[in-house]
Design a protein around this ligand. Structure first.
Ligand code: C6P
Length: 425
């Protein structure tokens, strides 16, 4: 058996003094919607989060009052739009620990951020025989670009295995990360198991071998305080849409000297310094990587999401989710036939809770829950190699966020109990 049910729970006891869940729920209009005649219980936050009114309004306001192309026009709207777009960059830099705003590149999402690094830094720095280290729990977004690059360059993919509890098994790490290693690409938090990985420790190991480290923060940045300087990572990537912001906005943090040394990704308008028929120079970072008209409105609205998260406080969000994750795991574990996948030690995991039922396919679980207004995800979660490792074809996954509470977990629990009765189990 691979990830299983080892128990070493820590109790979260800090009171959620600043966490007014009813007030937070009221900020999300979609939570008033009925689904199949029931109150919507949205537990598919690892796929994408819902959006608070301030974010929805920011998109409307932008198009009503500010819409113009950025970094081009000299008129007032163009200047306002440019200022708003760049203000999001400054806020993003502060949000992940106070890096320089030039070290923040906007992309379309985590997937594009990783591809950007693979196609630019990877193309120039990975050669035959080099090794790229990933983990067994990577999302396809942090595996396939490296797989394709390794095939092309005749490089080698090495992987860090996982333990039966769903943590990384670091026993052989000094052999896996070795003098041939050029890059360690690791998820900060697993979208399937919820595991929080020791990125700082891996960064130290990578740097000791003169390798770089890229951390996939798609599931971490929305749910816990992140300080990329403290983690000492070279690249950190995440998506706006999983952290209350709009779709179509991603973030690539890269250390200044790395971004400066990398070639551009998309060629065209706005990423150039000077163009003549026989010579082209590139713009400075980060604009070198943002060719063409970017997703201005959504980047501007992403600022509202960051402000909303800041106002609640990432520490408070993490505490709330730890408490709720502990509650959910405890309740789901009571149901006969249900097995939780992944670690159960709350301080080392987030609120993506994968589970299986010994008698039912995850798709059937999801369909039944949907009929009760409960949105979860079922499938391989874009992590097919991990599914092979844990010996499952699919899991059901309930994933929590700031607007979920014990009542939501109770609704899930009651529906699962009802489901098993319904199927005569
Ligand atoms: N995981 C899930 O349901 P994009 O799609 O580019 O915004 O994010 C990709 C991605 C990368 N890394 C991790 C750890 C992720 O969880 C995701 C997205 C979603 O689990 C959709 S597949």
């Amino acid at each position: 058996m691979r990830p299983g049910t080892a128990k070493s729970k820590a109790t979260v006891s800090t009171p959620l003094s600043r966490f007014d869940i009813q007030k937070i729920k009221a900020d999300f209009p979609i939570l008033n919607e009925k689904v199949n005649g029931n109150r919507l219980v949205y537990l598919d936050n690892a796929a994408t989060s819902q959006k608070p009114r301030v974010v929805i309004n920011a998109i409307l306001e932008y198009y009503r009052k500010t819409n113009a192309n950025i970094h081009r026009g000299l008129h007032k709207l163009a200047e306002d739009a440019t200022r708003a777009y760049e203000a999001t960059r400054t806020h993003t830099a502060a949000f992940i620990g106070g890096v320089e705003s030039e070290e923040i590149v906007f992309t379309r999402g985590t997937t594009e951020s990783i591809n950007l690094v693979a196609y630019t830094w990877g193309e120039e720095n990975i050669h035959e025989g080099d090794e790229i280290v990933i983990t067994e729990m990577e999302h396809h977004a942090n595996f396939v670009p490296w797989y394709v690059l390794a095939k092309k360059k005749k490089a080698v993919i090495r992987r860090i295995p996982i333990t039966v509890c769903g943590h990384l098994d670091l026993n052989d790490i000094d052999n896996i990360i070795n003098p041939r290693t050029k890059l360690v690409a690791v998820t900060h938090m697993s979208n399937v198991l919820g595991t929080i990985n020791p990125v700082k420790e891996l960064a130290a190991k990578a740097h000791a071998r003169k390798a770089l480290i890229l951390a996939d923060g798609a599931q971490a940045a929305p749910h816990m305080p992140v300080n990329v300087k403290d983690l000492d990572v070279d690249f950190y990537v995440f998506s706006s849409h999983k952290m209350l912001g709009p779709t179509g906005v991603g973030v690539l943090y890269g250390r200044r000297e790395l971004l400066e040394s990398m070639p551009p990704f998309n060629f065209g308008g706005e990423m150039i310094g000077e163009v003549s028929f026989d010579r082209v120079t590139w713009a400075d970072i980060p604009h070198k990587f943002e060719g063409g008209t970017p997703n201005i409105a959504d980047v501007v609205a992403y600022h509202a999401a960051l402000s909303y998260l800041d106002e609640i406080g990432m520490d408070n969000i993490r505490r709330h989710e730890m408490e709720l994750t502990e509650y959910a795991i405890e309740k789901l574990s009571r149901i006969e036939g249900i097995e939780i996948q992944g670690p159960q030690d709350i301080p080392n995991r987030g609120g993506a809770i994968s589970f299986t039922d010994k008698d039912l396919h995850p798709h059937d679980i999801s369909t039944f829950l949907d009929s009760r207004g409960i949105a979860i995800r079922a499938g391989h979660h874009c992590a097919q190699p991990l599914m092979r490792v844990i010996g499952k074809i699919a899991t059901a996954r309930a994933s929590l966020y700031i607007y979920n509470d014990e009542a939501d977990v109770d609704t899930l629990y009651n529906a699962l109990v009802e489901m098993r009765r319904y199927f005569g189990l």
